[in-house]
Design a protein around this ligand. Sequence first.
Ligand code: HEC
Length: 141
Amino acid sequence: MRRYFQVFGLFGLLLFLFNGCTKDSGPYYVTPPLDTINGYDTVYFATDVVPIFVEHCWVCHPPNGGLDLGATYAYDNLVGATSVGFPSETRVVPYDPLQSLLWKKIIHSGEFGLDMPPNEVLPTEDLIVIRNWIEQGAQNN
Ligand code: HEC
């Protein structure tokens, strides 16, 4: 069973890398469940998601995009919040990554301005954490 998860994780990684070479074929959506990667299934905003923001985003947020991704304000600035740069978009729609501007930017879909972070793609595991956090209802946990 563990071997199955390892193979599945590798497959996801290959798909992800492949996507980097075929940007024009459209956005890539991460699908494997989180527990195929690191063995737990509840994503915690404070301890799983915020550290990703601190490491990869906080240097620019605040102030870019009117978005503070520091621990104190990140949740209220994301969940159910209307985008500043793209007013038709909601930054995070609970349970629905495909309707969430945050997700569309971090998968480098190219659909809404700069992709995030602008000069790198987040590690696959971080993408999966954020994807699962949104799919689990984007809780403030
Ligand atoms: C090098 C600076 C930089 C880094 C690092 C960065 N961003 Fe951004 N971000 C920007 C700029 C500039 C904008 C505004 C332009 C745009 O949206 O295209 C922006 C806009 C955004 C927006 C849209 C805000 C809105 O409502 O219009 C989101 C969401 C976002 N960033 C998320 C992230 C996340 C998540 C990370 C880390 C994974 C990140 N950014 C890292 C510079 C950065």
